[in-house]
Ligand binder design. Structure first.
Ligand code: HEM
Length: 453
């Protein structure tokens, strides 16, 4: 049965509890080095909203369905993305959807969302499976690989193909550039006093160069399209042709910001989710056996199509459960723009709130024995009785993931295709730790042997 940890509601205007920390700088050092650790400690006895201090400033952590519902939905107008987040992500994404706000955000979402409805993402299913089969071919009969690298190049090829009808062949350079950019963004998000990008420190100069590289690589696709209109029919074409209510199209700059946002928001998240899914399957042969039994019945040896997915429910549960344990968007951030209340607690204007899906997804009262990998938590019957906002791999509210239908379809197809075609054996028994680098990736990658079945 699902129960709430909090039994007595807080008195009106009561402050949320704050975790005692080291004197003076508080949790500053931990914030940079081990944000997940801090969130886990804050969450331990938290009534859903609790805080920790960094150099006299209080950060709040929301990780119960009630508290998260208030921040992201009920009182969403009392929060914005905050200066820290806009400063950290703005140099890459400009005014793209993920960090734009207010009217611009509403207008852009209206333009972009129709291209990602369940009906419209179906057409990408065959491309996704073809890219997975192509990757598996490159492994031959047997190979030693890093699953994270491989999933990164797979999802990069998928999104590049959907957006640009093309491949980014030398993807290592762009993947490394993205890692450097994410490192800079984490620094800007979690440092006490991050030095703004415009100041030419060695760290900033390195990040600037990589950002310029990524924007230039993706910008080249847009330029090519301008030179050859009519030659393609892909997501970029649809975004270029999309019209606002007044009949105009996106400006050149806004288009590039949105392309980079969609590309950036979809690529690494999907790679991390898939790498964690393979990792968990490799450790749970009984789960893998059920996935394969389902595949044998429905597909045999033929490739999966969109039409098969409804008959492969267990494989989808596996992917969902992997994202419960390792949600790529493990921490979302918001800032209170006025005094407000969250889960009954007073939250002063200016408070930065970490929405921790990582600890939400591990709350014992929602997910008994939370560390256990148990895909049957997501049977239809059990999903139906989960309280709303208990499972948030795609966030919620105004900024909920635009690509959630595409991401679920992609994760489902890739889980099926990889389980169908290869055996995965981990090279080490040591548990792989999660690393929060904007997204939740496996720290140090996942070395593994893949063998064609
Ligand atoms: C497993 C894969 C994915 C995960 C876990 C994921 C997760 C998320 C989360 C948690 C947010 C909300 C961020 C916030 O509230 O601050 C988000 C936003 C977003 N996602 Fe995804 N995402 C995934 C795949 C995709 C894909 C395939 C696309 C491609 C279209 C995409 C595009 C976006 C965009 C554009 C936003 C910003 C929406 C807005 O701010 O209005 N994502 N995603």
């Amino acid at each position: 049965m699902v129960t709430s940890r909090r039994t007595v509601p807080p008195a009106p205007h009561q402050a949320f509890p704050v975790l005692p920390g080291p004197p003076v700088l508080g949790w500053a050092r931990h914030l940079r080095r081990d944000l997940l650790g801090v969130l886990t400690r804050v969450s331990r006895d938290s009534p859903g909203l609790a805080g920790f201090k960094v150099a006299g400033q209080t950060f709040a952590v929301a990780d119960s369905p009630d508290a998260i519902r208030d921040v992201l939905i009920e009182k969403a107008d009392d929060f914005d993305k905050g200066r820290r987040q806009v400063n950290a992500l703005g140099p890459v994404m400009g005014k793209g959807l993920l960090i734009s706000q207010g009217e611009l955000h509403t207008r852009q979402r209206r333009l972009i969302l129709p291209h990602f409805t369940p009906r419209n993402v179906r057409r990408h299913a065959d491309h996704i499976v073809a890219e997975a089969e192509h990757l598996i071919d490159t492994w031959g009969d047997r190979a030693e690989v890093d699953l994270l690298d491989e999933m990164n190049s797979l999802t990069m090829n998928i999104v590049t193909r959907l957006l640009f009808s093309s491949r980014i062949e030398d993807d290592r350079a762009i993947a490394d550039a993205i890692t450097t950019v994410f490192e800079w963004e984490m620094y800007a998000l979690t440092s006490l006093f991050p030095i703004p990008m415009r100041v030419p420190t060695p760290r900033n100069l390195r990040a600037r160069a990589e950002i310029a590289y990524v924007r230039q690589r993706l910008g080249a696709f847009v330029e090519e399209r301008r030179r050859n209109p009519g030659a393609y029919s892909d997501l970029l074409t649809l975004l270029m042709e999309a019209r606002y209510e007044d009949g105009t199209t996106m400006s050149e700059e806004q288009l590039l910001d949105e392309v980079i946002t969609v590309w950036g928001a979809s690529q690494e998240t999907s790679a991390d989710a898939q790498a964690w899914t393979l990792y968990l399957l490799a450790q749970h042969p009984e789960v893998l056996a059920r996935v394969r039994a389902e595949i044998d019945t429905v597909l045999g040896d033929r490739p999966a199509t969109f039409a098969d997915l409804a008959s492969l429910p267990y494989s989808l549960r596996v992917f969902k459960e992997a994202m419960r344990l390792y949600p790529p968007g493990a921490v979302l951030m918001r800032t209170a723009v006025r005094d407000t209340t969250v889960a009954g607690f007073h939250v002063p204007r200016g408070t930065q709130v970490f929405i921790s899906t990582y600890t939400l997804h591990r709350r014992e009262e929602l997910y008994p024995d939370p560390e256990r990998f148990d895909p049957d938590r997501f049977t239809k019957e059990r999903e139906r009785v989960l309280p709303k906002q208990s499972y948030l791999p795609f966030g919620a509210g105004h900024h909920v993931c635009v690509g959630s239908h595409l991401a679920l379809m992609e994760g489902h197809l890739l889980t099926v295709t990889l389980a169908q075609r290869v055996d995965v054996e981990l090279c080490s028994d040591r548990p792989v730790e999660p690393l929060l680098l904007i997204n939740l990736r496996p720290r140090g990658g996942i070395p593994a042997r893949v063998t064609r079945r």
